[in-house]
Design a protein around this ligand. Structure first.
Ligand code: FMN
Length: 187
């Protein structure tokens, strides 16, 4: 099968998540075209040429990347017409997050759904990363403060990845299972 995976990333973790998902799909014999939502190719790609669409984006101050919102809005009918999934990357999805974090994520998804008109068939929350080495002074300070409040990593000399890769591999396997069981049996 042929998958289209369009992602938005600000510091790079969602790009890594997208690459991992494509690699997992390849291991199971599927091809994936991976595109950043800000690539020129994402402006012209037609999801109708694919069997399924996965969209991934990360949360920054309660919002996903606008290029992702734009891509989904523009291709809404084609995305809705095939198996689809949304990967939401955030720190609120990390292990140990509290009820406030969960409610915050629900609000992000609700706003995204309202803006795009897309209710993904599957939504999977992925824990992101503290990429201190990619932040400017202000961001580093703000993220360290958040880490302090939430009991997160505070060593700003390096990055801290909270992504649970095994959980993500299970998501891919589950998505494929659901997809394959929905196909009519051959013969
Ligand atoms: C400036 C900034 C704002 C953020 N805002 C949120 C937020 O509102 N909620 C959340 O759960 N995570 C938030 N995060 C964490 C990101 O979602 C997390 O670092 C993610 O891994 C970023 O993915 P990316 O590298 O693909 O952009 C924020 C991170 C930064 C740097």
């Amino acid at each position: 099968m042929k998958f289209l995976l369009v992602y938005g990333t600000t510091e790079g973790q969602t790009q890594k998540v997208a690459g991992f998902v494509a690699q997992q799909l390849a291991q199971r014999g599927h091809r994936t075209e991976v595109l950043s939502a800000i690539d020129e190719a994402a402006a012209t790609i037609d999801p109708r040429g694919f069997d399924a669409v996965i969209v991934a984006a990360s949360v920054h101050a309660g919002h996903y990347q606008s290029a992702v919102t734009h891509f989904v809005s523009k291709n809404l009918a084609a995305i809705k017409a095939r198996p689809n999934a949304f990967l939401s990357v955030s720190l609120a999805a990390a292990a140990g997050a509290d009820d406030d974090d969960a409610q915050g994520l629900e609000r992000c998804v609700a706003a995204f759904t309202q803006q795009t008109g897309w209710t993904p068939r599957t939504i999977h929350h992925v824990a992101g990363a503290f990429r201190y080495t990619a932040y400017d002074f202000l961001k580093r300070w703000a993220m360290k403060y958040i880490a302090h409040r939430k009991g997160g990593p505070m060593d700003t000399t390096r990055d801290h990845e909270l992504t649970d890769w095994e959980d993500l591999a299970r998501f891919v396997a589950g998505f494929l299972e659901h997809f394959e069981s929905a196909r009519p049996a051959a013969g």
